[in-house]
Design a protein around this ligand. Structure first.
Ligand code: CAA
Length: 253
């Protein structure tokens, strides 16, 4: 269901249900949340790339599973709990999107911190065509990412949108040729992995707070994180290296 490859401080996770367009059933989401939490605890890992295959990043939640689920079962299973576990991973996550990122697929990409997409990628929230609405952040995180007008259009029409449109709206970071998406995402992951990891984690948290908190609380969080970093060895190394005009060697402490 997942293919996991490690190189230096970067891990690539590939969703692997090719016959089902990487449809996200409970099992694959649970496995992904378990894997990400394990990597979050592994001090050797500094950045993670999440990808699919050339046809689909993921074509959404598994409709076969959804169609057979009763309302009370969603409650009992805590259906979206594993999505929350993915959303709260503290290390940087980069989505490399080829093909379809629809419904839960787009929502999963939005759980990541940055999205690199192929010029042939297609984004959408087609749940309305199934008689429902997005359930894993597609009305909330999408609206914060691209604004109310465009989120309305995506969610209310269920249409798919191109990578160029997603880029223009600020949903994704950059667009590449289809065979370059993974490399581009891995390059970015390695670049971030070379930075001081504690500062990277706190920076991620602080930026996410900007979407969750009123400004004064967000600024307060940022200042406290800034102060905290002065207790890290990497802060001393970073500033000493600058003063000595040499390249810093960050150790993640
Ligand atoms: N769930 C379950 N199976 C899916 C699926 C999904 N979301 N998406 C694709 N599949 C399956 C198809 O049923 C098909 O299986 P079989 O070969 O066994 O029939 C296989 O994947 C290949 O798909 P298609 O034959 O349909 O391939 P295509 O190239 O003609 O079309 C597609 C590709 C446009 C992605 C189309 O499959 C599609 O529209 N998929 C559904 C997209 C969707 O509605 N996603 C939202 C799901 S609801 C959701 O995500 C809720 C939420 O917010 C959490």
């Amino acid at each position: 269901m997942l293919i996991i490859e490690k190189k230096d401080h970067v891990v690539k996770i590939s969703l692997n249900r090719p016959k089902k367009m990487n449809a996200l059933n409970t099992e694959i989401i649970r496995k992904l949340a378990d894997t990400l939490e394990e990597l979050d605890r592994d001090s050797h890992v500094r950045a993670i790339v999440l990808t699919g295959n050339e046809k689909a990043f993921a074509a959404g939640a598994d409709i076969n599973e959804l169609a057979a689920t009763k309302p009370v079962e969603f409650v009992l299973k805590q259906f979206f709990r594993d999505w929350e576990r993915i959303r709260t991973i503290s290390k940087p996550l980069i989505a490399a999107v080829n093909g379809y990122a629809l419904g839960g697929g787009n929502e999963l990409a939005m759980c990541c911190d940055m999205i690199i997409a192929s010029e042939t990628a297609k984004f959408g929230q087609p749940e309305i065509l199934l008689g429902v609405i997005p359930g894993a952040g597609g009305t909330q995180r999408l609206t914060k990412a691209i604004g109310r007008a465009k989120a309305m259009e995506m969610v209310l029409t269920g249409k798919t949108f191109s990578a160029a449109e997603a880029l223009a709206w600020g949903l994704i970071n950059r667009v590449t040729a289809p065979d370059e998406v993974e490399n581009e995402a891995l390059k970015l992951a390695h670049e971030i992995a070379a930075k001081p990891p504690v500062a990277v984690r706190l920076a991620k948290q602080a930026i996410n707070k900007a979407q969750e908190l009123p400004l004064d609380h967000g600024l307060n969080f940022e200042q406290n994180a800034f102060y905290l970093l002065f207790s890290s060895e990497d802060q001393q190394e970073g500033m000493q290296a600058f003063l000595e005009k040499r390249t810093p060697r960050f150790r993640g402490k």
